[in-house]
Write a protein that binds this ligand. Structure first.
Ligand SMILES: Cc1cc2nc3c(=O)[nH]c(=O)nc-3n(C[C@H](O)[C@H](O)[C@H](O)COP(=O)(O)OP(=O)(O)OC[C@H]3O[C@@H](n4cnc5c(N)ncnc54)[C@H](O)[C@@H]3O)c2cc1C
Length: 296
């Protein structure tokens, strides 16, 4: 059940990755607990993984735990509200599909990008003025001591592309309450899809926005101004279509990603005095995104 020496590139949308020393794909809570104990016993860092749409791996001497088997999805309607209970491995597009079918507010705006529910909650994924935390009701998670916890939305601090996860633990389920929209969502959805197609390299391996937008600015605009659109190092390039999207043109490596990001940050700092912050999670041994299991 726990694999050793796994190539991680197939588990990311950008298709770049080194070797993970350990890789697990638990099918239920019991197996997830086992995986946590396994890591604890060996003093390993853990990286919870969803679709890998915001992640680029180098060599990671730790344990990657893919949550994609947590696929339970339940929907209940009461008093014109839709209660959606989703496992962390449910593809976000399933929630978008329900939102469109039932004309639910907000969620349909997250159409057109790959994610799991767990990864979207952890990143507080957002688009077109909507963030996934907006209609979140509660999160069930396994904390780093192996205890199942429930936290209501009010107890959790979400901000632009940030949440308390995975710092608090591994998201197992999330519950949402969606009100009905008082307009037809399909029309706006079509506009959103066309805009994505027109402005983003969705036909190439990518991980979406590389850097967060600094307050009052667009990272893409800054990158463009300093000549990063189309800038290439080996197989990795900033997209010609969107200066803040990294794309893998073939054979891209983690080292090339690091080099290109360093160049971009240096140029933007020199030109504008702004320190760009990565939105994408760069995971290698010792990276701040692998969570040290408590007690080790
Ligand atoms: C073409 C394209 C367009 C994109 N557009 C957008 C956009 O408009 N808006 C946006 O917000 N993002 C966008 N993204 C980025 C990406 O889709 C989101 O960040 C998404 O939420 C990542 O989900 P994931 O399941 O792939 O997470 P992963 O990449 O697998 O993980 C991301 C982070 O979440 C953590 N995590 C994952 N699962 C869990 C869990 N169960 N418990 C605790 N922590 C967990 C990981 O440890 C990691 O730190 C885009 C990506 C692409 C490829």
């Amino acid at each position: 059940m726990i694999l050793r020496g796994v190539s991680l590139s197939p588990y990311t949308t950008i298709g770049i990755g080194g070797i993970g020393s350990y890789f697990a794909l638990p099918k239920d809570l019991e197996e997830l607990r086992y995986v946590l104990d396994f890591a604890k016993d060996r003093g390993l860092s853990i990286f919870p993984l969803g679709r890998g749409a915001n992640t680029i791996f180098g060599d990671f001497d730790g344990l990657v735990v893919s949550m994609k088997n947590f696929r339970e999805l339940r929907v209940k309607e009461r008093d014109n509200l839709f209660y959606v209970w989703a496992g962390s491995g449910v593809p976000l597009k399933e929630l978008v599909r329900i939102a469109l079918k039932e004309d639910l507010d907000g969620m349909y705006k997250l159409a057109g990008f790959p994610a799991t529910v767990g990864g979207a909650v952890a990143m507080n994924a957002g688009a077109f003025g909507y963030e996934i935390s907006q209609h979140l009701k509660r999160v069930i998670f396994l904390d780093w001591d192996g205890q199942i916890q429930t936290a209501n939305r009010e107890e959790l601090t979400f901000a632009y592309r940030s949440s308390p996860f995975p710092e608090l633990g591994i998201v197992v389920n999330a519950e949402f309450v969606f009100p009905k929209a008082d307009y037809r969502t399909k029309q706006e959805y079509s506009v959103i899809r066309s805009r994505r197609k027109a402005t983003q390299p969705i036909n190439l391996p990518t991980c979406g926005s590389t850097f967060k937008n600094p307050p009052g600015e667009y990272a893409g605009r800054l990158l463009e101004k300093v000549g990063m659109r189309g800038y290439r190092v080996g197989g990795v390039s900033f997209s010609e279509k969107h200066a803040n999207f990294l794309v893998n043109l073939g054979g891209g490596t983690y080292e090339q990603v690091v080099r290109i990001l360093e160049e971009a940050k240096k140029r933007v700092y020199e030109e504008f005095g702004i320190e760009l912050q990565e939105e994408v999670r760069l995971v290698e041994s010792g990276s701040p995104y692998g969570w040290k299991v408590c007690g080790t």
